[in-house]
Design a protein around this ligand. Structure first.
Ligand code: FAD
Length: 382
């Protein structure tokens, strides 16, 4: 009997772990292939440290070509069309067919949803982050505004972490008294998914560091020169640096494939992460997995965990073995408060009654664990 073809679209957190898990469980008669338009994706989680010079720009990527060592084919190509009826995917390098498909294409950014956002800075993309890093390195005094547009966005702690990293950087440079830092978020409070007590503690941490937090105030417009911003609460501000978090959306090719059933994100079976199309799975930022009044956050740790689970499920279906345990929705993210200390926030998201999460205190060992996480990512361990 011919081997099966497992095709993974997207070589980010989720896609890589799905491919690694499937490959490790299957013999060489079966093919595992990843397609990504970028040979070297970057770890966005490093951006809050990268922009203040705490990470090197040439140490934030990993080459998907290295997956060949593990028996995984890598195709560097733009994916143009997903055709689940014919089990085919059209790419700039030709058409690929599959028996099992994993859609791990992440979230796309709609830079035009907030007029003028393209004129502002950002740290939600590697190139934008490099640009912001250069600007921050020249700043001696002035105001920095971090402004999220609307949920959901990747890594909800990221704007808060970034504000605290800028605070730490300015203190280290001895210019903190000359720098104002404000964070505008669309939610009624920071880290709502972690509960009221955690939210209060984050507010306090920002307050203690002299960082202004404005809630229920998603950014709605940025001026042509990128120096003024307006917000959903009717307020506006001017600043030397405005860094926005763009509106996130499902990639067009995923919407056009029909697997999202017209919804903003791909609905999946929360136990198997399978879409309404049989043997087509959607993992990571591209999907929505409800959790009480919230959803599992768009974060790499969850994408990776979902990838591992889907890799197991696909291998078990190919081998005809028992279906693995259902997906557990467990994961946590790091949130650095400075260059030397990091907290974690996360927990279980698929328990009855919604998320059961904990925000830990920032510690030196937390920062060491965050550093290890980054190293593990570069070595494909996560
Ligand atoms: C500033 C910031 C800080 C963050 N911090 C953390 C953190 O501390 N911890 C954490 O867990 N998460 C963090 N995240 C979130 C994390 O980066 C994402 O949640 C994670 O990358 C999602 O993984 P994914 O596999 O779903 O998608 P992605 O990692 O986005 O991968 C999708 C891949 O699909 C490819 N692709 C998309 N469209 C096409 C196409 N048409 N053709 C070919 N290839 C395509 C892309 O090139 C990409 O490589 C952070 C994000 C940001 C922006």
């Amino acid at each position: 009997m011919a081997g099966s073809k497992v095709l993974v679209l997207g070589g980010g957190f989720g896609g890589v772990q799905a491919a690694i898990e499937a490959r490790a469980s299957l013999d060489s008669s079966h093919e595992v292939t990843i397609v990504d338009k970028n040979r070297v994706p970057h770890l966005c989680g490093m951006n809050p440290l990268l922009i203040v010079g705490e990470r090197d720009t040439d140490k934030t990527g990993r080459s998907l070509g290295r997956l060949a060592n593990r028996g995984i084919n890598f195709v560097e190509a733009n994916i143009d069309l997903i055709d689940t009826a014919n089990q085919q995917v059209a790419t700039s390098e030709g058409t690929l067919d599959y028996d099992y498909l994993v859609v791990a294409l992440g979230a796309a950014y709609d830079w035009d949803a907030v007029p003028g956002a393209r004129n502002a800075y950002s740290f939600y993309d590697f190139e934008y982050a490099r640009h912001l890093r250069r600007r921050i390195s020249r700043l001696k005094r002035g105001k920095i505004v971090i402004a999220a547009a609307k949920p959901p966005y990747k890594c909800p702690p990221a704007p808060l972490e970034t504000a605290m990293m800028i605070n730490w950087w300015a203190r280290k440079k001895g210019i903190r008294k000359d720098i104002d830092i404000s964070v505008y978020i669309p939610e009624p409070g920071p880290l709502g998914v972690a509960g009221k007590e955690a939210s209060m503690r984050v507010r306090k941490a920002l307050d203690q560091r002299g960082i202004e937090l404005v809630t229920a105030a998603g950014v709605t417009e940025v001026s042509a020169k990128g120096r003024e911003a307006s917000f959903a609460d009717g307020s506006s501000t001017s600043a030397d640096i405005i860094a926005t978090i763009p509106v996130h959306k499902i990639p067009d090719i995923v919407a056009e494939s029909g697997i999202a059933n017209g919804k903003p994100w791909v609905p999946v079976n929360n136990k198997t992460l399978e879409t309404s199309a049989s043997n087509v799975f959607a993992i990571g930022d591209v999907n929505v997995v409800p959790s009480g009044d919230f959803a599992i956050p768009k974060a790499g740790v969850f994408a990776a965990g979902q990838g591992t689970k889907v890799g197991e499920i696909i291998a078990s279906r190919i081998k005809g073995s028992d279906e693995p345990e259902p997906y557990d929705g467990v994961g946590f993210c790091y949130m650095a408060y400075s260059g030397g200390r990091s907290a974690t926030v996360g927990g279980e998201f698929l328990t009855d009654g919604g998320p059961q999460t904990v925000l830990t205190e920032p510690t030196v060992s937390g920062m060491k664990a965050k550093d290890r996480f980054e190293r593990d990512w570069r070595n494909f361990k996560i």
